[in-house]
Design a binder for this molecule. Structure first.
Ligand code: GDP
Length: 443
């Protein structure tokens, strides 16, 4: 769902590749790319402005971290800003101290409000919270029947008084019934209109004042993009919402609404709807969403770990060697151990953009091969480690190493040629060109 946005942002990182550090001059273009990416994703204009201004300030104030390139650092800054905008963690649904918890659903017609009410009921049932659905939409001809049908499907009772009753009265009696029946949570489905409408708002306010809900969830159609921001603002100003459900995230949405809702209302998106079926509801995790938007694997963790665990001086020396093609077998061993300190090879590879598409089989194979390489390097002389070219020209040296490490001569030969390939790849990495895969892994 965020492919276009991810692709666009990729352009922003590119602007910083090959630079020594983030500077006043090189940050402008990168920031402009971020702005363009967000606008194309249909993020609200004001939200974009605030976002971009923050990113720029933080990028310029960022301290250089050894071993972390400016583009990686910039990704981290954008990621943190995404979290800032969407909220750091999942905001759970309210649960009242004395039952029932009362949830009021609000939103325009067609956004998926009735469906979301049923989805929520099913979600709560799965965590052993009993629910009562209350049907107050007396205007849309089939709304009550729709809720009754959905209720039957998920085995949740639905309270209604037909379509001639007063919605406020239905809500009141519904809550009373839940109390009498010892139900944990009441979900009140309300009437929507095609557009914001004074009568609809007045009715919602009346119901809200009467039942004093613990949650007012605004149902927002993710497909509406820019409009989602205006809608959120109006509902929040007039009724006061406590959170939102973003529906139709499975559709062809450009994703903008996900960034606008909390920034505009200060209230979190609590769930996302990902399909027409009642099961298609997921708690909203801003951090996962942000990672997905960046579409880069977890570069952030890489940056974080580089900060925490890698000996920075060592990293600089290594980088220098990589850049000047002086990387030898001894460095290779050091690098391997460094990687091991940072976690498994699989874990590391997944964090590197372009390398996160490897299968676990491939990764496992890579790890075994690394171990083998380590054994063979262990049988090399100091000279041989320093100058891998000695090995490509001498079969007797390769034979000795094979014997010493318990591997075949052919395997030693392969290690040497793959090491040479890897050195070339490392140089490319050092210059900021990411190859599509890790074709050069020694083994
Ligand atoms: P309401 O008028 O707001 O109560 O909207 P409904 O609940 O009747 O939903 C309107 C339409 O959107 C229906 O056809 C639903 O099946 C569909 N719908 C609701 N949620 C989702 C969703 O998350 N994904 C998709 N693809 N369709 C949805």
């Amino acid at each position: 769902m965020f492919e276009a946005l991810s692709e666009r942002l990729e352009g922003a990182w590119k602007k910083l590749r090959g630079q020594d550090k983030i500077s006043e001059s090189n940050i402008q273009e990168a920031v402009r790319e971020v702005r363009r990416a967000l606008l194309e994703a249909d993020v609200n204009l004001q939200v974009v402005k605030d976002f971009v201004a923050e990113v720029e300030t933080k990028a310029l104030g960022a301290e250089v971290v050894a071993g972390v390139r400016p583009d990686q650092q910039f990704i981290e800054i954008v990621y943190n800003e995404l979290l800032q905008t969407m909220g750091e963690t999942n905001a759970p649904l309210a649960e009242a101290e004395t039952t029932p918890t009362i949830i009021l659903m609000a939103g325009l017609q067609g956004t998926g409000k009735t469906t979301a009410a049923a989805k929520l009921a099913l979600h709560l049932r799965k965590v052993n919270r009993s629910t009562l659905l209350v049907a107050t939409d007396v205007y849309r001809p089939a709304a009550i029947d729709q809720l009754i049908t959905l209720g039957k499907q998920i085995d949740v009772p639905v309270f209604d008084l037909g379509k001639d009753a007063d919605p406020v009265e239905i809500a009141r009696q519904g809550v009373d019934k839940a109390k009498a029946d010892g139900i944990n949570t009441v979900i009140i489905d309300t009437a929507g209109r095609l557009q914001i409408d004074a009568d609809m708002m007045a009715e919602l306010v009346q119901i809200k004042n009467l039942v004093q809900p613990h949650e007012v969830l605004l149902v927002v159609d993710a497909m509406t993009g820019q409009e989602a921001a205006n809608l959120t603002r109006t509902f929040h100003d007039q009724i006061g919402i406590s959170g939102a459900i973003l529906t139709k995230m499975d559709g062809d949405t450009r994703g903008g609404a996900a960034l606008s809702v909390r920034q505009i209302s200060g209230q979190p998106i609590k769930f996302i709807g990902t399909g027409e079926k009642v099961e298609a509801l997921q708690p909203f995790y801003p951090d996962r969403m942000a990672s997905r938007i960046l579409g880069m694997g977890d570069v952030l963790t890489l940056v974080e770990k580089a900060r925490e665990e890698v000996d920075l001086v060592e990293a600089e020396k290594m980088q220098e060697k990589i850049l000047t093609a002086k990387f030898d077998f001894t460095d290779f061993l050091k690098q391997t151990r460094l990687l091991k300190n940072m976690g498994s090879l699989g874990g590391i590879m997944k964090m590197i953009p372009g390398m996160n598409k490897l299968s676990s089989d491939q990764l496992e194979k890579g790890e075994t091969e690394l171990k083998r390489a380590e054994a063979m390097i262990g049988s090399m002389t100091v000279m041989e480690r320093k100058d891998p070219d000695l090995l490509s020209s001498s079969p007797s040296r390769r034979r000795r190493i094979a014997r010493g490490s318990g591997h075949t001569e052919k395997e030693v030969g392969e290690l040497v040629s793959k090491f040479q390939q890897m050195r070339t790849m490392m140089q490319q990495l050092g210059q900021g060109n990411f190859p599509g895969g890790m074709g050069g892994l020694p083994g």
